[in-house]
Design a binder for this molecule. Sequence first.
Ligand code: MSP
Length: 482
Amino acid sequence: MFKKKFYITTPVYYVNARPHLGHAYTTVFADILARYHRLNGKRVFFLTGIDEHGAKIEEAAKRAGKEPKKFCDEQNAVFKKIWKLFNISNDGFIRTSSDSHKKAVSRVLKTLFNNGFIYKGVYEGLYCEGCEQYKSERDLVDGKCPDHQKEPVLMKEESYMFKLSAFGEKLKKIINNDKLKIRPLGKKKEILSFLSGGLNDISISRKNVKWGVSLPFDKSSTAYVWLDAFLNYLTGIGWNGDLKNLPNFWPPDVQLMAKDILRVHLSIWPALLLALKISLPKMIFSHGFFTLNGWKMSKSLGNVIWPEELAEKFGVDGARYLLISSLAYGADGDLSLEKLAEKYNADLANGLGNFTARVLTLGSQIGKIKISGLNKNIGKKIKEIQKNTDKNIKELKIQEALAEVWRLISFGDGELNKTEPWKIEDTECKVRVLFNLIILLRSVAELLKPFIPQTAEKIFRSVKISGKTINIKKGGILFPRI
Ligand code: MSP
């Protein structure tokens, strides 16, 4: 049978530091979408990876007293370990320092040079090493890069340039008519207004950076790290740089990221694809940005919660839940450990945990229940929530999708309080009431599969269906109170 494909990407993260909660958020978000589409029968490819080249990484390696290659190998292991801890179901993991990636990048550079999209010029501008990007005056606040609280340095170098300016108008059109969707719509507007200012050609070579892909037409320079990094989305699914042979999964259905890298993803990235005559991604989605106690989370600012700390405190599923429920569609959000602990107790220990325990305790007293007809009202509610959850996930409103599941849990709590099965003396009547509640609990677990897969699995183990019977076991505590 023909299966529709779904290709989703996260950015390749810089390896100058360990992954922090912002990285974990994007990766868990992508994981939820990947799991959801797999469960719905699509052929899914979920790609994540690391961005290893450039001045910033070279510097970080130097500070650590290591060769860049060795430093990156170690960081690679750290990233993989954390994604494993978080149950990330990625199908591919791309390292931009891998030979296959570098070869493809080199091939693309040659093509662009031969086709006249890369030419030799001089570039002068303010450069922020933190962003690895040239900045214009209007990007700065009090003369500093607002993201890194650092003054950019003036750089002037003979350089190879990419003809970005040739693509501004075309991109505007493509974005305007949603051939390349930008969501949320507010971001689309922002990007269109940014593109209205026109695009300048950019420098794509670095003379003083050794840790990178050398230019095939001038070995004294390496390629600008962003150009190298963008191509991961193609090499990560097996592309070798041959324009006549694009991978099956191309193009991405969704590319996830936050606003910090949205502009480059809607200027340099699609321009590169246009220059190469490769089809564009279908959608670029910019989720909100976390701040921690009001500040951008960044190691250089000393303001981070590490993902493994969160998992240790709240469990892996607890951490996944808290991350996803912290940001509304496209909106930024401020975190604090206190707020997270409150939410954990309210929604997980009390909400889901308590409901599950109550139903399983009552159910396990009976042990086995025959499957029969579902109460109409409960059946209707379950269907309604399933529909709403689907709709929200498809629109990438995953916080809202989760909130729907919690509506079903509250509804279940309400039913439990209304029917008071512990007081029912007639066994037949009690079994009927409990049957409905158990189906409701199973529906909750079904909906939770992409979000908190281990917890869903635990619930299923407690309410196993075999033939026409459900066997009910009391499980352990899902989320101990903090
Ligand atoms: N290496 C580049 C991306 C190249 S992609 C071709 C890069 N790396 S990064 O390590 O800085 O990662 C940026 C991304 O991490 C953001 O776009 C977002 O996905 C995630 N986040 C980093 N900090 C974040 C928050 N504070 N909040 C939410 N997401 C954040 O840029």
